[in-house]
Design a binder for this molecule. Structure first.
Ligand SMILES: Cc1cc2nc3c(=O)[nH]c(=O)nc-3n(C[C@H](O)[C@H](O)[C@H](O)COP(=O)(O)OP(=O)(O)OC[C@H]3O[C@@H](n4cnc5c(N)ncnc54)[C@H](O)[C@@H]3O)c2cc1C
Length: 432
C-alpha cells in the first residue's frame, strides 16, 4: 500500500532515548499525535551515561583504516580502550559483524560513508535549536563549549588529530582545530596534570547533561500533548494494513498491573529501541545488524570545573563537566548489550586518566555505568521506512546518537508526514 502526504495522524514510538523522543517531538511539530513506549522510562538506555558531546564536526564513520589497525593491535588486551572478549568467538553473529566492519574500514568506503554523514551532520545543531528555542529546561542543559580541550602526553601525538581534521574538512565538514600553548591550557583547565605536555582546541561545538536533557525532552513531548508510557516492554510490531500496532506487556504502575498486555494501534510505528533494534525490525526486512559497542562512564568530584569537555584521544577518554562533577567516559567493548558490567573496564578507564588529571578524586566515583553505542558495520545509521510503509526505524548511530538524535527525528518526521524520504537521509535506508 502507498501512504499519502499527510495521512499519518498518529505514531507510536518504541524507545524513549534521545532518538525516539526527538522523533516524537518533531512529529508533534507537524501536528502528529505521538505515544512513546519504553520498557523503563526516558533515558533508560545509552542516552543516560554517555559523554554528552554535541559535536557534528567529529561525527564520522567508525569503520576506517586507522580504527581497524588500532583495534587489531589492542583487541584482546583487557585493559585496552577497544576490547573484544575471547568468548566473542562463540557468537557467530558478532564475528560476522566484525568481519563486515573490517571490510568497510578502507579509505574509499570511509569517504563514501562520510559523504552521507556530512548531509545529516549539517542539520544537527539546527534540529537542537528548534527544540530548545522555547524550552528553558532543555536550553538549560545544552552548553556552547568554545573550546573543547584536547590533551596529549607527547607533542608529536597532536599531528594525528590535525590530519584527521584536515581529512574531515576536505570531505566537506569543516573542523576547526587550533594549537593551544600548554600554559594557557593549564590556566583554563587547572586539572591537567604535568604529564599533559601538549594541547589542542576544538572549536564551535556543544555539550549537554544527558539524563537531564532527555528528561526535559520527555517532559516537552508530554506538555505538547503526547504520552510517554514507561514500564511497557513491546514484544511485537504488527502491520494490520490500515493501521500498525505495538503489542507488549506492562511492568506495572500508573493504573496498569504488571503483566497486563498492551495492544496499541496508530497510523505508524517508529522503532527507536537502541541496541535492540534488530529484534523487532528484522521481520520487516531490516537485515543490517546493530551491535553494541559498549562504553563505560562514572562521575567524580573536581576542585575546579573545566570550562568545557576535555578529550584524551590516545586513551580514548572523554571528560564532560556535569554540574559540579566530571563525567569520565571511555572504552569500546564488543559484547552482548545486556551482559553485566565488567569492573575491570572501569579500572582500565581510571588507570588511563589517573596520570593525566590532578585535583580530581578518581576514587570517589558515582554512577558507574555501562551502555551500548548502537553500531552498524558500515558506520551509518538506519533511518527510514522498512518493508512495511507503516513501520519505520531510527537508530544505529554508534558513537554519535546524542549529536544526531534531533536531526534524525526532524528528517524522519518529514519522511513519515510527507511519504517522501528527504535526500539527506536517503543513504541510511534501513533495507540496504
Ligand atoms: C560511553 C559512551 C559515550 C558516548 N558519548 C557520546 C557523545 O558524547 N556524543 C554522542 O553524540 N553520542 C555518544 N554516545 C552514543 C549515544 O549515547 C547513543 O548513540 C545514543 O544514546 C543512542 O540513542 P537511542 O535513542 O538510539 O538509544 P537508547 O538511548 O539506548 O534508547 C533506546 C530505548 O529503547 C528502550 N527499549 C529497548 N527495547 C525496548 C522494548 N522492546 N520495548 C520498550 N522499550 C524498549 C530502552 O529502554 C531505551 O530507553 C556515547 C555512548 C556511550 C556508550
Amino acid at each position: 500500500m502507498t501512504v499519502r502526504n499527510g495521512e499519518m495522524r498518529s505514531v507510536a514510538v518504541v524507545g524513549a532515548g534521545v532518538v525516539g523522543l526527538s522523533t516524537a517531538w518533531h512529529l508533534q511539530e507537524r501536528g502528529i499525535e505521538v505515544t512513546v513506549f519504553d520498557e523503563a522510562g526516558p533515558a533508560a538506555g545509552s542516552s543516560w551515561g554517555n559523554a554528552g558531546w554535541i559535536t557534528p564536526a567529529l561525527s564520522t564513520p567508525l569503520p576506517e583504516p586507522a580504527v581497524l589497525a588500532y583495534g587489531l593491535r589492542q583487541l584482546l588486551r583487557p585493559s585496552s580502550p577497544v576490547y573484544v572478549p575471547p568468548s566473542a568467538v562463540l557468537d557467530p553473529g558478532l564475528a560476522g559483524f566484525l568481519a563486515r566492519f573490517a571490510r568497510n574500514s578502507t579509505s574509499r568506503r570511509w569517504r563514501t560513508a562520510m559523504d552521507a554523514l556530512v548531509r545529516i551532520n549539517r542539520h544537527a545543531l539546527e534540529a537542537f535549536d528548534k527544540m530548545v528555542r522555547d524550552d528553558e529546561a532543555m536550553a538549560g542543559c545544552l552548553h556552547e563549549a568554545d573550546p573543547f580541550i584536547v590533551g596529549y602526553t607527547d607533542p608529536a601525538q597532536t599531528q594525528s588529530l590535525v590530519d584527521e581534521a584536515r581529512q574531515i574538512t576536505d570531505a566537506g565538514q569543516p573542523v576547526q582545530v587550533d594549537e593551544l600553548p600548554i600554559d594557557e591550557a593549564r590556566r583554563r583547565a587547572p586539572m591537567l596534570s604535568p604529564e599533559v605536555r601538549a594541547t589542542l582546541l576544538l572549536r564551535g561545538q556543544r555539550y549537554l547533561h544527558p539524563p537531564k536533557f532527555v528528561a526535559a525532552l520527555a517532559d516537552a513531548v508530554t506538555v505538547r500533548g503526547g504520552e510517554v508510557r514507561g514500564g511497557v516492554r513491546i514484544e511485537v510490531v504488527r502491520d494490520r494494513g490500515r493501521r500498525a500496532a505495538v503489542v507488549g506487556k506492562a511492568a506495572g504502575g500508573a493504573g496498569v498491573a504488571a503483566g497486563d498486555s498492551v495492544d496499541f494501534e496508530a497510523d505508524a510505528v517508529v522503532l527507536a529501541d537502541g541496541a535492540e533494534l534488530n529484534t523487532m525490525a528484522s521481520r520487516f526486512g531490516v537485515r543490517a545488524q546493530v551491535r553494541a559497542g559498549r562504553g563505560y562512564s562514572f562521575s567524580v568530584p573536581v576542585e575546579r570545573t573545566p570550562p568545557g569537555p576535555l578529550y584524551f584521544p590516545v586513551s580514548r577518554v572523554a571528560c564532560t563537566p556535569l554540574g559540579d562533577r566530571l563525567r569520565v567516559a571511555g572504552m569500546m567493548e564488543f559484547r552482548r548489550h545486556d551482559a553485566p558490567m565488567d569492573p575491570r573496564r572501569i579500572a582500565a578507564v581510571v588507570d588511563s586518566v589517573r596520570p593525566l588529571l590532578t585535583g580530581v578524586d578518581l576514587d570517589d566515583r558515582r554512577d558507574e555505568w555501562v551502555g551500548s553505542r548502537p553500531c552498524t558495520a558500515d558506520g551509518l545509521p538506519l533511518i527510514g521506512a522498512t518493508g512495511s510503509q507503516r513501520v519505520f526505524v531510527a537508530g544505529g548511530h554508534g558513537m554519535w546518537g546524542m549529536t544526531l538524535g534531533p536531526a534524525t527525528g526532524m528528517l524522519l518526521a518529514e519522511a513519515i508526514d510527507t511519504g517522501r524520504t528527504p535526500e539527506d537521509i536517503a543513504a541510511f535506508d534501513p533495507l540496504r
